[in-house]
Design a protein around this ligand. Sequence first.
Ligand SMILES: [Zn+2]
Length: 275
Amino acid sequence: MRRSISIVILCVCACAYSAPAWAWGQEGHRIIAKIAYDHMSRKARKSVDRIMGQRGIIYWANWPDEIKSDTIYAQSIKDGWHYQDLESGLSDSLVMDALVHYRSVGGNLFRALDSLKAIMRDVETSRPRDLERAKRVQTEHVLRFIVHLSGDRYCPMHLAHMDDKGGNAVKMQWFGRNTNLHSVWDTKLIESQGYSYTEYAQMIEDEFGWKRKAIEQATDEELLRQSYHMVEDIYRYQETWDENTYHYIYRWHKDCEEQLYIAGIRLAKLLNEIF
Ligand SMILES: [Zn+2]
């Protein structure tokens, strides 16, 4: 492996946005990983199991969030690997430009993910079984980041606005308790349905399976643009919402589920391509 994760860390430039903005919570990442695992090719599944352990894709999906206060890969937090905030009112071409050319501010999700994917492809074309143990551990870490960050791409609030810290500064009440817009999309909408991650993944696959082909065939740019328009709608809804939590859930839970499905299918596609 010529490139190493330390090079990624150097490549992913520091950004001015210091407040962390987390995307999908634990259940969300597990749902995405489960959907991906269900749709991976036999070859990809075998390779991913070899590197991460049997169904490790699900068990390690949250690891990049869990190490946020650790010094290991501290740059992933400092440089904003988990999000790519975008200001409001961007034209479609500017949204696509953000994906293709990255951005110097507002997070480094797209840049980090592309660098990690390139590393993983290098590993897979250079006989991974010959790698010594230290490099194999590093490879596993790279894959954990890819699984996690690929999911973060489709959490609407991680494409949200920089000036409110990705919705973290938008205060809300949720069944009488204080929270914020980011946290609602992180966890609260998902938890409101009361499913386990396996039940929820199955339900989402049953509900949105008919869209699978279209999602597989879409480009990253098209799906990003779709997510961005959803973010704009979420902010607009905030202005007219009557602050009834049930109304919020009814309005948005299906959209949230579809994003989880898209994230799972796209992660499967990505891993099928790598392996
Ligand atoms: Zn994250």
